[in-house]
Design a protein around this ligand. Structure first.
Ligand SMILES: [Zn+2]
Ligand SMILES: [Zn+2]
Length: 375
């Protein structure tokens, strides 16, 4: 890509008489004839607006011999004696004829801009956003911390309850259905004292074809399309870099670089189509044995001697037992509060006596984390 170079002339403001926008080529103020100096920001030049997208200066470039010569003379220096600005390539002050010394102050030209693109500007407000997120997290943490702090309170057992249930199950002959290939005839065995039983498979009969499942079968092909997006070059756009030369002139280099746009397109593929097809198999009826619940009895009480309900056991029977215990506790913590314990065993249940004092650990949010017998 061809590069286009322009020289832009800056302007300065006279601090002696307040004349503004004096072209850089004039080293003396056209109104008061004072020389341009370093003081009063007289040598900090204005170059006008710059287009944000391309970086191109809005001001016209200069092409005349005098301006081009001045722009190529290097950075200005300032006279030690009279303070006047001088061309970088002259050894004597044009104002007082003093020589440029090793200590003469000079403007500094900007370095040649590199081809690397400038880093993206940091998003404003992003750090503030993170500050808010941090504060919210801290608040949540503080609440959680406060809520999980515990304190000890004293309470009392106000009731104890027990419930005991006995289920009587009988090993009985039943009919079931099953897939033929999963059945083989085996003899049943009856339980002894409720265990050691074998269900068995007997009298396999009435086999019929029934659907057992489905399978996927290839059935031709189909076109499948989806809309996708890709980046394509769509012409070019002008990009410019600028370099202040330290003498009231600025060098601008512009070039046309490829521009990329999003383009949507149809992405199509041919793929195999499938249809589902039923799969049939033989289903049969057979005889076997299974545990069936035939009776249930429940007993409950508020005393401290839990008992099992009576239930007679037949020859092919077994008993299944369930026990449930509940201890109700009341305590004073910002009003009367209730808590329930569910002991797992009879021994644990019997350790809690009605009217007994207990100590509880309660969090600030009201959750009970521990209950112990009061010392
Ligand atoms: Zn002036
Ligand atoms: Zn001088």
């Amino acid at each position: 890509m061809a590069k286009r170079t322009r020289i832009i002339e800056g302007t300065w403001n006279c601090t002696s008489c307040d004349t503004r926008d004096i072209p850089a080529r004039l080293r003396n103020c056209p109104s008061c004839n004072n020389p341009r100096e370093e003081t009063g920001q007289e040598s900090e030049f204005e170059f006008g607006d710059v287009d944000a997208a391309s970086g191109k200066a809005q001001r016209e470039g200069v092409t005349d011999e005098k301006a081009l010569s001045a722009s190529g003379a290097g950075a200005d220096w300032f006279c030690d004696y009279c303070g006047a600005s001088n061309r970088g390539d002259t050894p004597l002050c044009r104002n007082c004829r003093a020589e440029r010394s090793a200590t003469s102050r000079a403007l500094v030209a900007e370095p040649e801009p590199s081809d690397a693109p400038p880093p993206p500007p940091a998003k404003k407000g992003s750090s503030r956003k993170w500050l808010y997120v941090g504060l919210v997290l801290l608040a949540v943490f503080m609440c959680f911390f406060w809520g999980s702090r515990t304190h000890d309170v004293t309470g009392k057992v106000v009731a104890t309850e027990w419930t005991r249930t006995v289920h009587r199950e009988s090993f009985q002959r039943v009919s079931k259905t099953g897939w033929r290939d999963e059945l083989s005839t085996t003899s049943p065995r009856m339980p002894v004292n409720g265990q050691g039983e074998v269900p068995g498979v007997e009298n396999i009969r009435d086999c019929t074809r029934r659907q057992r499942g489905t399978r996927q079968v290839a059935d031709g092909t189909e076109r499948v399309c989806s809309t996708k997006t890709r980046e394509v070059q769509c012409g070019t756009e002008e990009k410019c870099t600028r370099q202040k030369l330290g003498n009231g002139y600025m060098k601008e280099v512009c070039e046309d670089v490829p521009k990329y746009c999003d383009e949507s397109y149809e992405d199509c593929r041919t793929q195999t189509r499938y249809r589902s097809e039923p799969v049939y198999d033989l289903s049969c009826t057979y005889d076997t044995y299974a545990w069936k619940e035939v009776d249930v009895r429940e007993q409950s009480g508020n005393d401290s001697s839990p008992r099992w309900p009576e239930l007679p056991v037949g020859r092919n029977d077994r008993l299944r037992r369930e026990e449930k215990y509940l201890v109700r506790i009341q305590y004073e913590d910002d009003g009367v509060q209730k808590h329930e314990l569910e002991p797992k065993s009879e021994a644990e249940f019997l350790s809690w006596k009605n009217g007994q004092s207990v100590s509880l650990q309660v969090s600030n949010l009201g959750t009970v984390s521990d209950v112990a017998h009061a010392p």
